[in-house]
Design a protein around this ligand. Sequence first.
Ligand SMILES: Cc1ncc(COP(=O)(O)O)c(C=O)c1O
Length: 434
Amino acid sequence: MTGGYMFTPLCGYSDNGRALFEYCKKEKVTFGYYYDLDALHSRLDVIDKSLAPFFRILFSLKANSAPKLLANIAARSRFGADVSSENELRAALQSGFGREDVFFVGPGKSISELQSAIELGIGSIIVESIYELGVIDRIAALVGMRPSAVLRINPTYEVRGVRMAMGGRPTQFGMNEADAIRILLNSEHLYPNIDMGGIHAYVGTRILSAKDALWNIYKVMECAENILRKGVKMSVVDIGGGLGIPYYSDEPEFDFGLFIDRLPAGLSDFPLVRQNCRIYMESGRFLTGPVGCFFAQVRETTVAGDEQHVEINATPALHALSHGGVLTRDKEFFGASLTSEGWLAGTIPTHVWYRVNGRRRKWPTKVLCGPASENDFIIFLNSGAYGPAVSPVWENLEGYPTELTGTKGDICKIGTQLGCMELANMQALVLSDK
Ligand SMILES: Cc1ncc(COP(=O)(O)O)c(C=O)c1O
């Protein structure tokens, strides 16, 4: 494993790299997120073509809900969307996903969110608890609609390879298998206003081994077959997903080739596949992660042996992926650099420094960057998912980071950008109201 692999797909688009550098220079952008639409399109094409014969893919909006990306995904692929809030639901519909292709998943849905999902007639509501099922049934009766529901199971089988687990022990995620079987067998009687579609299991994420991902998928399929044998009809199985991307220099790339090679034979063991059952897979970071990066301008550089030290114009609050907590490790984050020549592959372990409140501090992790001089940029690769969305972006009052897209050498600023002065003004308005 070298930094070389990670240099594509984002950095395969050299025109976009040079254009991004020029854009940032001209517009005085010193840090932000960049999403490469050409890289997104080729990634979507490969994933869509390879997986469409087996699964319907649902893009998880929690990974990245920038409308420009969503519109590209909706227009370019056959993917549906998995959403976890009413705002995500509306963003998916506004971006062009068909309502029947949207699944609403996740614990803690409010009554008004459930009502909107039912009234909008979305593809399915993934039900996390028996309580939620009761609420859906009552709302459906009140509004005179018949929503489709899929029961999320918290599995007891052995789950492999997940680096962030959701389920497998008592959690807020899903119900036990016995309850699900009882409900599915008696659904017409217990929940007469709901169309019971089938089951869902999402066991965790950041799976980097194709074999482990296949194991987990087959386990969900086995679980579904078990339920089927009890006499339950099933039209939907959502196998979750959790395909990962590497962030640190000792993490392997997910072997998508192996995954695709093994999948047909593995799935052919399950009669459900030959019946009229739709199989869904949810994916967020695997789709948009590798096509986006976080970039920050260099103030000064010092070379020290095989390593370099750079001071940049941004703080870790803008990039939670490398910011401490869950992911930080004593390894280099995959990176690159961007100069007037374009992208330069990440080969140099780089200590990153930043200033906050006048003090010089060290970034929580090293980054494997290319050479970068004053006014060049260092790049944190694989940051197109869970970027600004999970970063405490206001922490140092730096403001929400700029987000840019690029295609065929054209750079475009997306969304509304907020700086710290806008935030201060908003607070001033609130104060003057009182
Ligand atoms: C139910 C569910 N689906 C999909 C996802 C997306 O995960 P990832 O972006 O790792 O594919 C998550 C992540 O937490 C999830 O909880």
